[in-house]
Design a protein around this ligand. Sequence first.
Ligand code: FRU
Length: 494
Amino acid sequence: MSEALQRAREFEEKHLQDVSEEKRPKFHMTGAVGWINDPNGFSIYKKEYHLFFQYHPYSTHWGPMHWGHVKTKDFIKWERLPIALAPDEDYDRNGCFSGSAIELPDGQQLLIYTGVRIAQQEDGQSQVFQTQCIAVGDGINYKKYEANPVISSADIPNGGSTEDFRDPKIWREDGKYYLVVGNRSTEGSGVILLYESLDGKAWEYKGNVASCHNQYGSMWECPDLFLLDGKRVLLTSPQEMMAKGLEFHAGNGSLCLIGEFDKEKYHLNREYVQAIDYGIDFYAPQTLETKDGRRVMIAWMQNWETSNAQPRNLYYFGEMTIPRELHVKNGRLYQLPVRELENYYDETVTYTDVTVDREISLCGIEGRVLDMTIKIRPANMKAMYTWFQVCIAKEGEMETVIRFQPKNNVIRVDRTGCGYPYDIVNVREFMVDSVQGELKLRIILDRHSMELFANDGEQAASFMIYTKQSAQSICFAAEGAVSMDVEKHGLKFD
Ligand code: FRU
């Protein structure tokens, strides 16, 4: 084992105890210590789900990237494993960036990632090289391939950037391996390239799956391409997006292209384009296919714009979303929390046909670790033209407000009162497709996070809320009258 990896593993082990379990979310994945970003290598290995992640154990800020490692049987309880990769070779000396994993026919696990090397030029300038590298191992220890990189600058089609060439996602299809990887083209914006291989080691460029043409941001990071409900879906995370209505917000965004795949040209003919998640904290999703054929996605529940605004006294920073089951329905991407969450339901409280026409709270409806679904129906015309809202994590001035305006079908989330002592983005609005003002909204809370799923997963929105844990109250209010059903499940994990 290299010195860099040994040092990182020892550091992690020594400091794991610095973060009490009470400070962590109950069922969302966090790093043992330090900083995490993108999920990597989300895949099945020896019948268990493995997840790696971008990891800088030494501080709560981004630094030379390692690959942290955990595994799970049910996406809810995560078991920590030793750090898998450290930047310890010349070709990855500035970081082991994002990538993916797959089980090989010989029972070993192959990791494919982006090695980053910054070279000092003679004129004093530095030049970045991003190449694709592999490591093979037994689920704990990995050996980097002696002939790395397996896809180098020379394998990029003409004019593509050698500096922005990252995040390979591998899969197996028709007896061959394929991967998609992000690159920056001569137009200055993202393209997703596809490579093919017979053994996972020797790769050949095949085609350009999709191009940004400066339409949706600039560089496209972390691509993932898969079949879902008869369609091909491409997920990617664009940098430097321009806001577009309420569909896309400015900055680092999330993009889903749905269409038909042209197998001759290796090209995705897109039929529909949408954001993946409409919240503030969501980036770099990655998917796997479960043993029973479900497509499950996990993402970094943070974003680059706000990740510098960290609460004080943290020993770890960053967490993943709850893994979500994906579907294409009515031409759109739908997502809902994995059904395994239901195995942890505890103390269910339900209400039916409650009239909300002022601020109310309901006995038994409170807490910061829960799965709650509310259904509302406007009871009069006024309710159609005004608003209904749910306040969560409420205590004194503290509250996070989810407000729905039926007339224009907009949900507005305002976390200004969530305890962030920074003037960062705290408000996000997004459209839903409710009919006649009826809304079904599922809210998943896990201490410092809130994930929303509107109308059976037609839209999802993720938010970190650093409100003190003493803020447990939930209340409802409406300006017109609405009739509301509530079903709240507490969650218990021991
Ligand atoms: C996305 C990303 C990837 C890169 C990694 C570095 O969040 O910028 O493109 O591989 O993070 O940590």
